[in-house]
Design a protein around this ligand. Structure first.
Ligand SMILES: [Cu+2]
Length: 149
């Protein structure tokens, strides 16, 4: 009978940890302001600090061109890559060390600010990430959810 008294508190601890983790994810889920943006041209401020993007989810309507104004406050380089799976696969393999002005692709040195635009035409999910070595694994990724019509 003694083990039973230990099982219940353990379950409570697990529940509490899962709840806390869910809260943290929600807290940094949406940017800016959690609104659905567009259609048309919009600008969003995307910060990078401590190798994290300031938000990891953005909601837009189809037909929205987002100008990402990216401010890197870290003392190291980062990048912003927005695109489909093929784009991310290409950058994850690291064959392009820096990114010329391709829409949705931006390289930032330490303490640099820059911008890039990307048009979201169709409903679906488009990933964004920093593919510098180790940065995705650390959490530098997010998604733009294109919803509605
Ligand atoms: Cu990075």
């Amino acid at each position: 009978m003694r083990w039973r008294s230990a099982v219940v508190p353990m379950a409570l601890i697990v529940t509490a940890v899962v709840t806390a983790a869910g809260y943290v994810l929600d807290a940094r889920a949406s940017g800016p302001d959690g609104d659905v943006l567009g259609p048309g041209e919009v600008s969003v401020q995307l910060g990078i600090e401590h190798s994290r993007f300031s938000f990891d989810r953005l909601h837009v309507r189809p037909g929205t061109t987002v100008r990402f104004e990216v401010r890197n406050t870290d003392p190291i380089a980062h990048e912003l890559i927005v695109g489909d799976e093929a784009v991310h696969r290409r950058h994850a393999t690291g064959t392009e060390p820096s990114h010329p002005p391709v829409p949705g692709e931006l390289s930032l040195g330490a303490h640099e600010t820059g911008s890039t635009t990307y048009t979201f035409d169709r409903a679906g999910t488009v990933a964004f990430a920093c593919h510098l070595p180790g940065h995705v694994d650390y959490g530098m990724q997010g998604e733009v959810v294109v919803t509605g019509g």
